[in-house]
Write a protein that binds this ligand. Structure first.
Ligand SMILES: [Zn+2]
Length: 260
């Protein structure tokens, strides 16, 4: 009897671990390893966001800030996550970069605006960043990579716990830019997934998805040996545009339906 109890206990523990450890990405249906709960992830995101905003200079350009918020709110509406507490900020920084933290905190650097060119180009970037958050890619990186030891730690222990190294690892996992040192690139798989979810989200928000191809081509052209920072966290490969073209008929259908 005692052995049976032990066996049942082992089975329950295993089932509980599997339930936490596996989850499905919305829209693409991919299974991902996940050792961090949505609450833990959101708390880490909130703390990382506070730190990023207090150490940055918000843009004084009202028209550009308004554009970031306008695009952001349209993308947020299309993402349909009322549980997120969305915020959109434009930060004065010449590095071409942008990121979205869990729970919907989006930061765009002024340095990416020359690449996005207009509102639709910005929707490509915001859509892509929001997609990384929707698919929980940061938490997935913490779960699968070097950062496994973070699982189970609360945000309060990570941030303000006096260990700058751990804070830095969280910031890297979420793809926060310039001031954190070494960039941790999203995997090819996560990049492709963010492209796919981002493309459909921007189309649903009423932005022409064909501009996504133009944007990535502009980014590629800017490489000249040294990739722009955005490409070091969001690595591109020659098949990116081809894959986007593959999703385009469906994206255009969504965009057309939206325009009616
Ligand atoms: Zn990306």
């Amino acid at each position: 009897m005692k052995n049976l109890h032990r066996l049942m206990f082992a089975v329950c523990v295993t089932v509980a671990l599997l339930a936490v450890a596996c989850q499905t990405v919305p829209l693409t249906g991919r299974h991902q390893l996940m050792l961090i709960s949505p609450d833990e992830e959101r708390n880490l995101g909130e703390e990382a966001y506070k730190k990023a905003i207090t150490s940055s200079k918000l843009s004084q350009d009202q028209a550009a800030t308004d554009m970031v918020r306008r695009v952001g709110e349209r993308i947020a509406k299309a993402a349909n996550r009322p549980d997120y507490h969305w915020e959109f900020n434009l930060v004065e920084d010449k590095t071409p970069n942008a990121f979205c933290l869990p729970g919907g905190k989006v930061v765009v650097y002024t340095g990416i605006l020359p690449f996005t060119k207009d509102e639709t180009g910005l929707a490509v970037v915001v859509g892509h960043e929001v997609a990384h958050a929707l698919a929980r890619h940061g938490a997935e990186r913490m779960s699968t990579g070097l950062l496994t030891e973070l699982a189970g730690k609360t945000a309060g222990i990570v941030f303000g716990g006096g260990n700058p190294q751990t804070e830095k690892q969280v910031e890297e996992a979420f793809g926060i830019g310039s001031n954190v040192g070494i960039m941790l690139p999203f995997s090819r798989h996560q990049e492709s997934e963010a492209d796919e979810i981002g493309l459909f989200t921007m189309a649903k928000a009423g932005y022409d998805p064909r501009q996504a191809i133009e944007f990535w081509q502009r980014m590629e052209q800017a490489k000249n040996g040294k990739p722009p920072e955005f490409l070091s966290t969001h690595p591109s490969d020659e098949t990116r545009v081809k894959r986007i073209e593959g999703w385009m008929p469906e994206a255009l259908k969504i965009y057309g339906a939206q325009a009616k």
